[in-house]
Design a protein around this ligand. Structure first.
Ligand code: MG
Length: 234
């Protein structure tokens, strides 16, 4: 199945002085990254990760090529961190790629998210956080997790260790679906109902992305808030 994908992006720095979120829109690859670490580390990490992801996926646009592109992104950030005085840097990375061999594939590291709006809204990715893993293990409720002091502690990130494996899996989707890739500045303040109605609000993905971010800001987003919206057509 070949898709035509139309995209729209929006971002707001919230109450932060800088915006360390980053978006990649390429011909067959769409991604968000949320930089972590002290300044300027976070900003450098998210830029570097998506630049190197894009270049590596271009060279091998397959499912295994996507996994290798994530390793390449990790190496780029790790090498930069090792060579700089501001050694603490890393980034989340959530991407959708139209691969040559396996159709749409997800690559995911960290706590940025992919949602799919088909007949229902589905959270496609699982956060790589200590708290989300406790919820999956049945040791913490969703409600407790939402206010847990360690809810932002990542168990997997790009650039914080010499080797890293992204979660890579084929994306089940259909023509007519809408996808949202977003950073935790959006998903931390907007629940499924708000996201569902914002994603259905317009036929123009650019307006949808702007609406999602505006809604996050109105709902008190203090963190950088970024949305990348994809509309799939046959
Ligand atoms: Mg964030």
């Amino acid at each position: 199945m070949d898709y035509t994908i139309r995209s729209g992006t929006a971002t707001d720095r919230g109450e932060r002085d800088t915006n360390e979120d980053r978006v990649l829109v390429a011909e067959r690859l769409w991604a968000v990254a949320d930089g972590i670490g002290g300044l300027p580390g976070g900003e450098v990490a998210s830029h570097l990760a998506l630049d190197s992801l894009g270049a590596a996926f271009d060279a091998d646009p397959t499912m295994s090529g996507l996994a290798e592109a994530c390793r390449e992104a990790n190496r780029s950030v790790w090498d930069r961190a090792c060579g700089s005085r501001d050694a603490a840097m890393g980034t989340t990375l959530t991407a959708v790629a139209l691969t040559a061999d396996a159709g749409p594939v997800v690559a995911h590291v960290g706590d940025s998210r992919l949602y799919r709006l088909g007949p229902d809204l589905e959270l496609v990715t699982a956060d790589h956080t200590v708290v989300a893993e406790m919820v999956r293990a049945g040791r913490l409720s969703e409600e407790e997790a939402a206010y847990h002091p360690h809810r932002n502690v990542l168990t997997r990130a790009v650039g914080v260790a010499p080797e890293m494996e992204a979660e890579i899996f084929p994306l089940a989707c259909s023509p007519g679906d809408r996808l949202l890739l977003c950073t935790d500045g959006v998903s931390g303040v907007l629940g499924p109902e708000a996201l569902r109605s914002a994603l259905g609000a317009s036929a123009d993905p650019r307006r949808v992305a702007a609406e999602v971010v505006a809604l996050a800001v109105r709902n008190g987003a203090t963190d950088n808030a970024t949305a990348l919206v994809l509309h799939l057509s046959p």
